[in-house]
Design a protein around this ligand. Sequence first.
Ligand code: FES
Length: 358
Amino acid sequence: MAQDDNDGTEIVAAGSSSHGQEVAASPGTAVIPADGFENPGFPEHRKRVTDLDPKKAKSAERGVYTLFYLSIVGSVWAIAAYMLFPMESGDVFDVRLNNLFFGLGVALALLAIGFGAVHWAKALMHDVELADERHPVRGSEETRAAAVKVFQDADQESGFTRRSAIRNSLIGALVVFPLPAVVLFRGFAPQDQNPVELLSHTMWAEGTRLTLDPSGVPIKASDVTIGSAFHVIPEGLNELEHHKLEEKAKAAVLLMRLNPEELNETADRADWSYQGIVAYSKICTHVGCPVALYEQHTHHLLCPCHQSQFDVANHCEVIFGPAKRPLPQLPIAVDDEGYLVAQSDFTEPVGPSFWERH
Ligand code: FES
């Protein structure tokens, strides 16, 4: 208890009385601030045209079910397209056709459902505004105690802790259960070759010409003007009868020509380019997407998957994003006829940084 100097009234701490007895909590001498700003409340409710005009509501209803029927058409088309454009041949063109038409069907089916649902909700479902007060997320002590009790009872009833042989064998079964999937995926790789070894090499070899993707037309150094960029595959890829896609997925290259003065080449790679023309793996070192976007002005390559950026002027070092290492460079030269050729295969594995562990 204390005496206020100014007017002689008692100042009493919250939660106690002047006679030392406990009382209900009160603000005492605390300063209770007013709300920072007033609750603005809901704006005046405006009815939608579909609430006011039954004809408009009917038309919105027609729009919604048309979209849902459209979705059915998309799904049926996707199934039909999968059969009409088979990709068994493994030919790149067939795979593209299959993916294109199947994808269009699925996209139509999903988009139509989405638009239909949104249209339904916005135009026809009840238009009422509700306020939901915030409440503590943490459960009450009783709820928490009840949850613990549920686990304890379950443990007692099942004997999970008591019957250790059953418990341990169950844990073992769950650990072993995913192994068939590992065996299955291992089976996808060729059986007689080491997949790590297989993936470490590409079709590029000394003297292999750089050709345009997808036509396979060889590229002359004189065709590559400063500022241009080409999608490139190794000569002979289109003639492969088997595993064409797998080989392309490893060997795809981006070819660019910069002003030689803008290239900062290290001494050990000075002869890997030709008059400002450089070739780098197109397979992103993050998780393997094709790095397909080239910004001529800044010499940056962008991977659209997770926005990794590589600086072509500086050996494609990573300047942004989750990739952890530069894109591998393909050493190139020019043959007697003026065509661009590889000096060798890549000198390091292409693709995700997984390879750094091998
Ligand atoms: S795959 Fe290129 S940034 Fe992720």
